[in-house]
Design a protein around this ligand. Structure first.
Ligand code: NAD
Length: 488
């Protein structure tokens, strides 16, 4: 049965505000860009195409509001976040449908993201009232040591298209909790969910100027004047490592605080002692969440040679059974990729692997008709020099290779410049601990295919980024420590 897609689309479009949100007002724009539904290739809505002048106006508004917002009581900031949490959940149908429409993820997963994304608002509403300093006596000098935590200052947040709600709440909730003001620029593929979220913040009573939003197709041009402005104190970015590097270079000029959530290339290790049922289900979860368009997605599956044939056959069977289609249709588990560009990237990687001798166990095809769909694909006998093992796939393709020893598995897993996420499946906990301690990644899923949680520190090492989001660490990213030495 198909949910009434037309009715749902109309409800989302009717709820959407239009314009740049600057200083508490929606500023209309004559110049717009199209937001396209990747399942139908139809234009969903037209959104204001921001200019560098809009960006500067947004930063002006954030700077004008900064002092007053930093001076609010933690309880006041906490309650705005809590009210926003309630509003997002009240509007969950709109948020979920909006994400499916602009990004393609199946509706059930979009509801999952509403819960996950909203939870950052609740978590940081609770953290806002626990910002503490400390007092101690220096052991040698006897000087008193007082430390206080203060908001870092105006923040610029750049978000990607793959989790349109959660990436915005994961950055803005801690910024608001800490007492920072902000400008956010969502990805041009998925600006609509951010606009709905900004409306919820506004309805929850967030004062004018505390959060401002610029939508634009000119991401470099609108970002440059904000990052070059000495009033900006913090840059937080989620997206590709290539863009992250460029932003870090720009941030160096004013020695900005930065948080960088960049690309991943997660190894998925199945040790000889693994429970195959758990490992296959874990692989399916880790690969197919968000149609494979997640930086935590299992990118390279390395399976012990004694169980590789069984594992590959069972994973291929499960992947082949996943229903593909428009995410609004009931029962669909695999939506389209977000754009023709993303489809072309994933298809190229797939073809490269096949040309080097990989075998297609299932998938590799595109269904007929509109939409940027690709069937869930399992590749076996993949040579380790295939691009699919070195680059982030960001799509529903699972390449599998084998290993013989634990040390070989660890070497394969760490042979990448990325270090965001790793997965290990094993029932022998001694072996599991040996591997987990040697993996070069910020996060490890041990017998778990999905571990992202607002209460846990999310982030990578090596070229996967800097800093952590969520948990207590996520708030610290928006606070500066001031030390006052007191001689009594
Ligand atoms: P991207 O890095 O190009 O874009 C992410 C965000 O940065 C978007 O808002 C975009 O508009 C903005 N941006 C792009 N260039 C910019 C610039 N020069 N200055 C300022 N902002 C800029 O990522 P993408 O095009 O959305 O996807 C490309 C690849 O990035 C994906 O294939 C995937 O590998 C990776 N990616 C990673 C994540 C993650 O969560 N780590 C999320 C999305 C994409």
């Amino acid at each position: 049965m198909s949910i009434d897609a037309a009715q749902l689309t109309d409800a989302v479009l009717a709820a959407l505000p239009h314009g740049q949100f600057i200083g508490g007002r929606w500023r209309p724009s004559d110049v717009t860009f199209d937001v396209v539904n990747p399942a139908t290739e139809q234009v969903l809505d037209r959104v204001a195409d921001g200019t560098p002048e809009d960006a500067v106006a947004a930063l002006d508004a954030a700077c004008a509001a900064a002092e007053a917002w930093a001076a609010t009581s933690p309880r006041e900031r906490s309650e705005v976040l809590r009210r926003t949490f309630d509003l997002v959940l009240e509007r969950r149908d709109l948020f979920a449908a909006c994400m499916t429409l602009e990004m393609g993820k199946p509706l059930a997963e979009a509801y999952g993201e509403v819960t996950y994304g909203a939870e950052f608002l609740r978590w940081f509403s609770e953290e806002a009232v626990r910002i503490e300093g400390r007092f101690s006596i220096a052991p040698s000098s006897g000087q008193r040591v007082l430390t206080m935590l203060q908001p870092v200052g105006p923040v610029y947040a750049i978000t990607p298209w793959n989790f349109p709600l959660a990436m915005a709440t994961r950055k803005l909730a801690p910024a608001i909790a800490a007492g920072c003001t902000a400008v956010i620029k969502p990805a041009h593929e998925t600006p609509l969910t951010t606009l709905l979220f900004i409306r919820a913040l506004q309805d929850a009573g967030l004062p004018a100027g505390v959060v401002n939003c610029v939508t634009s197709t000119h991401s470099a041009a609108v970002s440059a004047p904000i990052i070059a402005d000495p009033r900006l104190r913090k840059l937080t970015f989620t997206g590709s490592t290539a863009v992250g590097r460029t932003l870090l270079r720009q941030a160096a000029d004013h020695v900005l605080r930065t948080s960088m959530e960049l690309g991943g290339n997660a190894p998925f290790l199945v040790l000889a002692s693994a429970d195959l049922d758990k490992a296959v289900q874990g692989a399916l979860d880790a690969k197919m969440r968000n149609i494979g368009e997640a930086c935590t997605a299992a990118n390279r599956m390395y399976v012990h040679e004694s169980i590789a044939a069984q594992f590959s056959a069972r994973l291929a069977e499960k992947m082949a059974a996943l229903p593909i289609g428009n995410g609004l249709d009931e029962g669909v588990r695999v939506g389209p990729l977000v754009s023709p560009r993303q489809l072309a990237t994933v298809t190229d990687l797939l073809q490269d692997a096949v040309s080097r001798g990989a075998r297609v166990a299932t998938g590799g095809t595109r269904p007929e008709g509109a939409g940027y769909f690709l069937a869930p694909t399992v590749l076996t006998d993949v040579p380790t020099d295939a691009r699919v093992f070195r680059e982030e796939i960001f799509g529903p393709v699972a390449p599998i290779a084998t290993f013989a020893t634990l040390d070989e598995a660890i070497a394969l897993a760490n042979a990448t410049e990325f270090g965001l996420m790793s997965y290990v499946f094993a029932e022998n906990l001694g072996e599991a601990a040996y591997v987990v301690e040697r993996l070069e990644s910020g996060m490890v899923g041990l017998n778990s295919g999905v571990i992202s949680d607002p209460a846990a520190p999310f982030g990578g090492v090596k070229e996967s980024g800097l800093g952590r989001e969520g948990s207590h660490e996520g708030l610290a990213e928006y606070l500066e420590t001031k030390y006052v030495g007191i001689r009594l």
